[in-house]
Write a protein that binds this ligand. Structure first.
Ligand SMILES: Cc1cc2nc3c(=O)[nH]c(=O)nc-3n(C[C@H](O)[C@H](O)[C@H](O)COP(=O)(O)OP(=O)(O)OC[C@H]3O[C@@H](n4cnc5c(N)ncnc54)[C@H](O)[C@@H]3O)c2cc1C
Length: 428
């Protein structure tokens, strides 16, 4: 019988892992993906669609079963309930219709790519008074609010505090750099939305950057992008008139009139646009593969040290900090190489290259402009690049188009070509 690779989660990291395993291991394995939904949610472009007044669900969903079928990868639509690493078993409940009976599936290799819970339910007052852009529902709720309810009052944008967990304490990156600690899970989105919100205000005759306050729990927003890059971004944003609050510590409560921060400061706002804590799913907590928060512990080849047939990729992995799809994509390739190595399909020297995380972020600024960041200095690497202009915007749109066209199989040259275009040829 062929070894069975079971991939939990079918969004960015799960899809990429399954496709790469097929590419590198060929027909020598059976692959099954389990996800509760049967479409890929292309999260990064939700803000751009919303600020252009379009329904993101119309252009940002990709069918998972037919995509996987092209590579003879099985798909099960089900709610994953439990993992038993000793028994090499996953428990799930099919969820196409309510009432299905619980089932189990055994694996030879497991790839955990279930992402995290974006814990809006931990923020008091969010449902009544908060907004965000991390999925179609919330994107459309904001779109409706901007079109029909917003009166032009102050805007507050920022993140709740992230709880990183201890799964990275022994990890060294870029030849010995200690793993950094983040106080926010992913601050590209608040920076992106603050810029596009200001453009939207201008376009709708409702003001400009001085109406927007961006806040961070940390001492520096988006610190993972590197101090030089963020310093430059803050200088530009300050010059434009944005208000900035750091050391917010956490979001305590959202009210009709604004946001109460754990630092004791309150920000008055009509529109409260926030990003929550990224929290592991309940079924990941207390497992022998998880850290003290529930993130999956791995080494720099994405392999769990206690259970060498268990891997993680994407937001579910402890080592994914900040929580960025680009880092998850690189991890998916490493996972596939490791499984290929185990099956004698790849030489150890090629497979064992460690993860070297890069913050790669292209953020929409509205008005057909975007910023481009490529930085690894926070992890101990040498690079910090920031570019702004129309070319990064075209790249962001092209990246999405290419992703849908290739059904997630971005050619190797995709990122390199973006780098060349954004950094060398066109951007200011
Ligand atoms: C507004 C916004 C903008 C962003 N922009 C960028 C960007 O420009 N660049 C970038 O690199 N990153 C960006 N990110 C981060 C990026 O979206 C995430 O890092 C990425 O989605 C993580 O991919 P993943 O596959 O690990 O997890 P997810 O995308 O969260 O996918 C997890 C999958 O697992 C499934 N799942 C979870 N639990 C269960 C269960 N119990 N049973 C069955 N299925 C389950 C889910 O249905 C889902 O399909 C952005 C995030 C946000 C919120």
């Amino acid at each position: 019988m062929k070894p069975h690779v079971v991939v939990l989660g079918g969004n960015f990291a799960g899809l990429a892992s399954a496709q790469k395993v097929r590419e590198l291991c060929g027909e020598s394995v059976r692959i099954t993906v389990i996800d509760r939904k049967n479409f890929l949610l292309f999260v990064p472009n939700v803000p751009a669609e919303v600020f252009e007044g379009r329904d993101p669900s119309k252009t940002l969903a990709m069918d998972i079963p037919s995509t996987l079928d092209e590579d003879d990868i099985g798909f099960i639509q089900a709610e994953i309930k439990a993992i038993d690493p000793d028994a090499k078993r996953v428990d799930f409940v099919p969820n196409e219709r309510p009432g299905a009976a619980p089932e189990s599936m055994s694996y030879d290799y497991l790839v955990v790519a279930v992402g995290n819970r974006l814990a809006y339910d931990k923020i008091e007052g969010f449902a009544e008074h908060g907004h965000t852009v991390s999925d179609f529902y919330y994107g459309n709720k904001l779109r409706h609010f901007l079109a029909h309810e917003y009166k032009g009052g102050p805007v507050a944008i920022g993140s709740a505090r992230f709880h990183q967990g201890d799964g990275t304490k022994d990890i060294k990156l870029y030849g010995g750099h200690a793993f950094p600690t983040a106080e926010a899970a992913c601050e590209g989105p608040p920076v992106e939305t603050m810029l596009s919100m200001a453009t939207w205000l201008g376009q709708h005759g409702k003001g400009g950057p001085d109406k927007v306050t961006v806040f961070t729990p940390a001492s520096l927003i988006a610190e993972d992008a590197g101090e030089k890059v963020v310093g430059k971004l803050l200088e530009i944003a300050g010059g434009m008139g944005f208000n900035y609050v750091n050391e917010a510590k956490d979001i305590t409560r959202i009210t009709k009139d604004g946001i109460e921060l754990a630092s004791g400061k309150n920000i008055e706002a009509e529109l409260k646009l926030v990003f929550p804590d990224w929290v592991p799913h309940d079924f990941m907590k207390g497992l022998p593969i998880s850290d003290n928060e529930g993130f999956v512990v791995t080494d720099v080849t994405m392999r769990n040290p206690k259970y060498p047939n268990v891997f993680a990729a994407g937001d579910a992995a402890a080592i994914t900090v900040p929580k960025l799809g680009g880092i998850g994509h690189a991890q998916s390739e490493i996972v596939a190489k490791q499984i290929a190595k185990d099956l004698g399909k790849m030489a150890p020297a090629e497979a064992d290259k460690p993860l070297e995380p890069v913050v790669y972020c292209i953020g929409d600024m509205g008005n057909n402009q975007a910023f481009y960041i490529r930085s690894n200095s926070w992890f101990g690497g040498p690079d910090q690049v920031l570019k702004m202009g129309h070319m990064p915007f075209l790249l962001k749109m092209q990246y999405k188009n290419l992703f849908f066209k290739t059904k997630g199989k971005m050619p190797e040259w995709g990122l390199d070509a973006s780098k060349l275009l954004a950094e060398k040829l066109f951007a200011a």
